[in-house]
Design a binder for this molecule. Structure first.
Ligand code: HGY
Ligand code: MN
Ligand code: MN
Length: 410
C-alpha cells in the first residue's frame, strides 16, 4: 500500500499541531528557547522515538534525532531546518523540514542504511529574540562566540542566561558541534515566494541562497512640543527616517534583483503631541550577487547621512548580520535532481531569496536544499500553507535521494 499520501497528511497535521506551540495565542510566535519550545521538543522527541530514532536536546536547544546506520562507524547524513518562527508566522517555515526528516526515518520502517541519518531541529534561525539569526546552526558548525553569547534580548537576558533559564548547560555548547563523520546536509523548506506556483511545479532544487545584510539604524533629533515648535525649528527624527525609508524603496526598485526592507520602526517618546526625538529602524538588504548588495548598502548609508545632515539629525548604524551568498553543493544537487526526475517530477533549479540554515551548515559540509511550492507565494504570515500532493512529492523524492545516497556508498 502506498504510504506516501497518508504520511504526507500526517506531516501536515504535525506541522499544524506544532503551530499551536506559541507565545501569542491565536498566532504562531515561537522565539528561541521560549516556553512553547518545550512542547515542540517533547512532541518531536516522541515522534523521533516512534520512528526508531534516539532523540536528544543539545546545549542551545537544537533537537537531535539519530536513525542509526547498519554500522556504528558509518558516516552521517544530516536532514534539518529550524524550530523557531517570526512573529505571527505560518505553520511550515522551518518546522516542515524537521518533520519531513522524521517522516523519512519512519518510512524506512526499521531498514538500516550505510549511513546514519541525523535529523536536526535548529533552535534559532530567524533572529527574533536576540536580533541575530542562526544561533542553532552556528553552534552546530562551531561558530559561536562571546559576542553572540553576550547579546541581550528585550528583557536584558543574554543568550547564555536564556540557555540556563531553559534548563540547558552553556558549558556543553562545544558538544553540539557536528562531528567529522558528516556526509552532507539536506534541507527541505517551503519556497516562501511565488516562483514554483507561477510555474505550476511542486518542487524546486535550490542552486544558491542570496546573501543578506541586516542593520539597526537609529535617527536622533530633538523631541519637543507639537503645538509650540514652528516647523522650521524642528529636528524631527521620524520625518527624517520616513524620507530615508522612501529612499530605501527607491534604491531597491531601481536595482535589478535587489530587495531591501525596513521591518521595524520604534518611535520615541511615541506620544501624539510630541515631536519624535529618536526613531529606531532595521534594514534588511539581499541580493544573489554580494558586490551588488554591498554597493547598494553603501548608497543607502550615504542617503541616510545626507538626510540627517540636511535635517539636523544624527544617524547611527549597527551591523547585525553580514551573510555572503552561498552556492549549494553541485554533486549532491545533481543527485537530488535525479531523485526529483526519477520520482516523476519536473526538475527546476532556483535561487533562494530567503536565508536558511543550509547557508551556515554549507561552511562545514556539502549542503543541498529542496523547495516545496508556496501556494499564494505567501510566507512569514498565518496564510502560509503547503499542498498535500507537494508534501507527498517531497517525501517520494526524499526517499529516492536516500536510495541514491545508499547506492553511492557501494
Ligand atoms: O529571513 C529569512 O530569510 C528567513 O526566513 N530566516
Ligand atoms: Mn523564516
Ligand atoms: Mn525558514
Amino acid at each position: 500500500m502506498d504510504r506516501f499520501p497518508v504520511v504526507a497528511r500526517e506531516v501536515i497535521a504535525r506541522c499544524q499541531s506544532l503551530a499551536e506551540c506559541t507565545e501569542e495565542s491565536g498566532f504562531t510566535t515561537r522565539p528561541f528557547l521560549s516556553e512553547p519550545m518545550r512542547e515542540v521538543h517533547t512532541r518531536l522527541r516522541d515522534w523521533m522515538e516512534q520512528a526508531g530514532m534516539t532523540a536528544s536536546i543539545d546545549a542551545v536547544g537544537n533537537v537531535r534525532g539519530c536513525y542509526a546506520a547498519r554500522q556504528p562507524s558509518a558516516p552521517r547524513l544530516f536532514i534539518g531546518s529550524h524550530l523557531d518562527t517570526v512573529p505571527r508566522a505560518g505553520a511550515y517555515d522551518g518546522i516542515l523540514g524537521v518533520v519531513l526528516g522524521v517522516a523519512l526515518a519512519d518510512l524506512l520502517n526499521g531498514r538500516r542504511l550505510k549511513f546514519h541519518i541525523e535529523v536536526v531541529g535548529f533552535s534559532e534561525e530567524e533572529g527574533l529574540r536576540f536580533g541575530v539569526p542562526f544561533i542553532g546552526s552556528r553552534t552546530f558548525i562551531g561558530d559561536i562566540d562571546d559576542e553572540l553569547l553576550g547579546r541581550r534580548d528585550a528583557k536584558g537576558m543574554t543568550v547564555t542566561d536564556a540557555i540556563r533559564a531553559f534548563g540547558l548547560d552553556p558549558s556543553r555548547i562545544g558538544d553540539a558541534q557536528a562531528g567529522n563523520d558528516a556526509l552532507a546536509y539536506f534541507e527541505f523548506h517551503i519556497e516562501q515566494g511565488p516562483v514554483l506556483e507561477a510555474l505550476g511545479l511542486p518542487l524546486g532544487v535550490v542552486e544558491g541562497i542570496a546573501g543578506q545584510s541586516r542593520f539597526s539604524v537609529v535617527f536622533e533629533g530633538q523631541a519637543n512640543h507639537a503645538g509650540t515648535t514652528p516647523m522650521h525649528l524642528r529636528r524631527d527624527a521620524l520625518v527624517g527616517a520616513a524620507e530615508w525609508i522612501g529612499a530605501v524603496e527607491k534604491e531597491a526598485r531601481s536595482t535589478s534583483g535587489l530587495v531591501a526592507t525596513v521591518g521595524r520602526l520604534e518611535v520615541e517618546p511615541g506620544a501624539g503631541n510630541v515631536i519624535p526625538g529618536v526613531v529606531r529602524t532595521t534594514l534588511d538588504v539581499r541580493h544573489a550577487d554580494d558586490a551588488i548588495r554591498t554597493a547598494a548598502i553603501q548608497r543607502l548609508h550615504h542617503h541616510a547621512g545626507d538626510i540627517a545632515a540636511r535635517r539636523g539629525l544624527s544617524v547611527s548604524w549597527k551591523h547585525l548580520l553580514d551573510q555572503a551568498s552561498v552556492t549549494m553543493d553541485a554533486s549532491f544537487s545533481r543527485l537530488l535532481e535525479h531523485a526529483v526526475d526519477a520520482s516523476g517530477y519536473t526538475v527546476h533549479r532556483m535561487t533562494s531569496g530567503a536565508g536558511h540554515d543550509a547557508m551556515i551548515v554549507a561552511r562545514r559540509m556539502p549542503a543541498v536544499m529542496l523547495f516545496l511550492r508556496s501556494p499564494g507565494g505567501i510566507s512569514h504570515h498565518s496564510r502560509e500553507t503547503v499542498l498535500p500532493e507537494d508534501v507527498e512529492a517531497a517525501l517520494v523524492t526524499g526517499m529516492r535521494f536516500l536510495e541514491a545516497m545508499e547506492a553511492r556508498h557501494d
